[in-house]
Design a protein around this ligand. Structure first.
Ligand SMILES: Nc1ncnc2c1ncn2[C@@H]1O[C@H](COP(=O)(O)OP(=O)(O)O)[C@@H](O)[C@H]1O
Ligand SMILES: [Mg+2]
Length: 258
């Protein structure tokens, strides 16, 4: 197993509120690691810490052996970490294909200059980006909708488009924040398949998810957060049986989500 991301002792407070306290995870290539926990447990904040949106109070994050905490989000992205957001963040007035294309370009000043001058190497770059974006739409089952407006897509497909766009940077690791939120059971099943197939490409996948069925079926390992703390970790089976987890979360959650 290839270690892709190692987060150690990640801690983040907002005023007096300890949103994430001393949380450590390891994510491996080709594996799905899920992060579960009640609302307000600190899951999204933890993602924001990993992706450079929040500076850490303490702790370290290493990607492929290099420290990435302290880098800006676009630098983290360029280092190989990509993410989706809990709330959909597409460009509604662009086509499906354009949404993936823009995900491809992390805009360095040099790239912007090249695009303005339309240099030959830039046009080559553009052709490559277009081909890769089409591949990703195919992979996400969105090819037939490539020219549709993003806003015209049904909700479940917008979520898939978010995932396709996050893949556009060819990441080593993909963080997905509740990819199944607001989906019907059929859409959840399809999302499950997509997440699994991303891991099968050799990408490390870390998923925050509420739907227990989805989590149990796709995860190689699960980390449970509660009140910002690392409460438990293990295989789906180990986590399902852990009395602390059942007490803090799982029993309640299964009542809620069937
Ligand atoms: N930018 C912020 N400023 C202040 N408090 C925040 C901020 N972001 C999150 N929180 C608080 O941190 C805690 C964890 O939130 P969050 O990470 O969104 O939880 P989860 O994603 O597990 O539901 C919550 O109490 C939330 O209100
Ligand atoms: Mg959240």
């Amino acid at each position: 197993m290839t270690l892709v991301l190692k987060a150690t002792g990640v801690t983040k407070s907002f005023g007096g509120l300890k949103a994430v306290q001393n949380v450590s995870i390891e994510a491996h290539a080709g594996q799905v690691l899920s992060i579960i926990g009640p609302n307000g447990a600190g899951k999204t904040t933890f993602f924001n810490c990993l992706s450079g949106i929040y500076p850490l109070d303490s702790g370290t994050v290493e990607l492929a052996g290099k420290r990435i905490n302290g880098l800006a989000p676009h630098q983290v992205s360029r280092a190989g970490l990509s993410r989706s957001f809990q709330n959909i963040r597409l460009f509604p007035e662009m086509t499906v294909l354009q949404n993936v294309l823009v995900g491809r370009f992390s805009r360095s000043p040099r790239q912007i200059l090249a695009s303005v001058l339309r240099t030959r190497s830039w046009r080559r770059e553009e052709d490559k980006a277009l081909a890769r974006s089409k591949e990703l739409l195919e992979f996400a089952g969105l090819s037939a909708r490539a020219q549709a407006w993003a806003r015209a897509l049904p909700y479940g497909l917008q979520r898939r488009l978010e995932v396709a766009r996050a893949l556009a940077t060819d990441p080593k690791i993909l963080l997905l924040d509740e990819p199944g939120a607001g989906m019907n059971p059929q859409e959840i099943g399809e999302m499950m398949g997509l997440v699994k197939s991303i891991a099968n490409l050799g990408i490390a996948v870390v998923v925050i998810e509420h739907h227990m069925k989805l989590v149990m079926e796709i995860s190689d390992r699960i980390v449970v957060l509660d009140h910002g703390e690392h409460l438990a970790e293990g295989t789906p089976e180990e986590v399902r049986r852990n009395p602390r987890v059942v007490e803090a979360y799982l029993g309640r959650s299964e009542d809620q989500h069937g």
